[in-house]
Design a binder for this molecule. Structure first.
Ligand SMILES: [Zn+2]
Length: 167
C-alpha cells in the first residue's frame, strides 16, 4: 500500500468499471480468432476499429506496431494456445517512429529529459511499406505458424479510421 494519490482518479474509474464487470471467469481465448499487432498510438482503438469486443482478440502493441521478438512470441502463443487464426499487422499514418529519424527522436527526448539521451535506441522506420512487408513475412515464414493462419499487413489511417490492406 501507498498513500500516493497519483492514480486515484483512475482507481475510482476502475471501481465503477468493476461494478458492471461481465467478463468474470472468462477464458482468455481470442473468441474472434484475431490477433492484432499495432502501435501504442492513443488514436488507435484496436477492438472497435475491427468491430470487436473485449474477449475477441489478442492485442500486441509497441512503438510503430512492429513485429519484434516479443510481438512474435505473443503471436505464436496466440496461434497455438489462444485460438488465433487471423493476424493483422497494423502500422498507421503519421506515426512518430515512421516520421522521425533516430537522431530527431534522441534530440527531442534529450530536451524533454534535460539530459543526454543519445545512448537510447529508438527503432525508427525509414520505409513503412517495406517494414510492413518484412514484418508480415516474419510471421508467415515462422516455422511454428502454419499456412492455415492468415496474416495480413494493413496501414491504418488515423484521420479517416480506415484500414488499407497492403500485404
Ligand atoms: Zn505510431
Amino acid at each position: 500500500m501507498t498513500d500516493d494519490r497519483t492514480f486515484d482518479d483512475l482507481l475510482a474509474a476502475n471501481r465503477t468499471y468493476a461494478e458492471h464487470f461481465t467478463l468474470s471467469g472468462f477464458d482468455g481465448i481470442a473468441h474472434a480468432g484475431v490477433a492484432i499487432v499495432t502501435c501504442m498510438d492513443s488514436r488507435i482503438d484496436p477492438l472497435r476499429l475491427l468491430g470487436l469486443q473485449p474477449g475477441d482478440a489478442k492485442i500486441v502493441r509497441n512503438p510503430g506496431g512492429r513485429v519484434t521478438e516479443a510481438a512474435l512470441e505473443a503471436v505464436i502463443l496466440g496461434v497455438h494456445l489462444l485460438g488465433v487464426d487471423r493476424v493483422l499487422v497494423v502500422p498507421h499514418t503519421r506515426c512518430a517512429v515512421a516520421t522521425h529519424t533516430q537522431a530527431q527522436l534522441r534530440e527531442r527526448v534529450s530536451e524533454s529529459a534535460g539530459q543526454d539521451a543519445t545512448w537510447q535506441i529508438f527503432h525508427v522506420v525509414e520505409d513503412q511499406e517495406a517494414a510492413l512487408r518484412e514484418d508480415v513475412r516474419k510471421i508467415r515464414t515462422h516455422p511454428l505458424v502454419a499456412d492455415s493462419v492468415a496474416v495480413g499487413g494493413f496501414i491504418y489511417d488515423v484521420d479517416t479510421g480506415l484500414l488499407d490492406r497492403r500485404v
